[in-house]
Ligand binder design. Structure first.
Ligand code: OAD
Length: 240
């Protein structure tokens, strides 16, 4: 019996590292990023807060308009494709919980994807509290397609805001046999704490990352390398 035998329910957490080889910059850590999380001299944390939006909404909206345009130019890489293959073929429970706001999991064909930090391609109307698919800019204050109010903001979870669908994520962890963390630095809670929760629940834990993350010692096993290599290799193993 190998360590992956007897696995039925899998929860996979992905972070910026899985999209790095698609040309989307990570926030922290290695991966050859050009921006190091900086944008026009602002730390990402300084444009990704409700306070920043209140202080200078045009700056924040322009920042997200730029990123929303950029993700639409990118393509899924072999790591996304491998997870989509697992999603299609895995007979047991599977949930991909992503911290990423890009849509590369969906575009590679994965269906069981939960965006805990929101999505670039959604706009959230703060007037009528509905979300609409949105691909264009927001800085010109277009009207909400549902209520007409000019109160749309990026549907992205900012620092100090509550990530989405935490109840569903913890429910999935409770019934999981395996928790896999891919391409995340383990710096941002609550996602960074999922491995400890999984361990407390007796779930087997595996880390796939370019380098050891913060909290790497919590994992039963770590496999280091670029996501485009280690993820397809792991999926092949799972699908036998
Ligand atoms: P980070 O940028 O913090 O971490 C990316 C991780 O991916 C690092 O550990 C890198 O070593 C690793 N990495 C880089 N290139 C890789 C590759 N080719 N293959 C595999 N791994 C690679 O990104 P996250 O952990 O996702 O939050 O960041 C978490 C959150 O912080 C984000 O969701 C975002 C940010 O602030 C919000 O926007 C709310």
């Amino acid at each position: 019996m190998g360590p992956m035998d007897g696995i039925r329910n899998i929860v996979i957490l992905t972070g910026a590292g899985i999209s790095a080889e698609s040309g989307i910059d990570t926030f922290r850590g290695g991966g050859g990023q050009s921006g190091l999380g900086l944008w026009e001299q602002h730390r990402v944390e300084d444009v990704a807060t409700p306070e920043a939006f209140a202080r200078d909404p045009n700056l924040v909206l322009r920042f997200y308009d730029m990123r929303r345009a950029a993700v639409q130019e990118k393509l899924p890489n072999p790591a996304h494709d491998a997870l989509a293959r697992l999603d299609a073929k895995w007979k047991g429970g599977l949930l991909i919980v992503t911290q990423n706001v890009d849509d590369l999991h969906e575009r590679s064909g994965a269906s069981r994807v939960l965006h805990m930090h929101g999505e670039h391609l959604n706009a959230w109307c703060t007037w009528c509290d509905t979300r609409s698919r949105w691909t264009g800019p927001l800085v010109e204050r277009p009207p909400c397609p549902v209520c007409g109010a000019c109160a749309l903001r990026p549907d992205v979870v900012w620092f100090g805001e509550m990530p989405y669908r935490m109840d569903e994520i913890y429910a999935a962890l409770r019934s999981a046999d395996l928790f896999v963390s891919i391409g995340t630095s383990g710096a941002v809670y609550p996602a960074a704490g999922f491995v400890q929760t999984a361990r407390d629940l007796g779930v087997r834990t595996l880390e796939l990352n370019l380098e050891r993350s913060q909290g790497s010692e919590w994992f039963h096993e770590t496999r280091l390398g670029p996501a485009s290599e280690v993820v397809p290799a792991w999926v092949d193993e799972m699908l036998g």
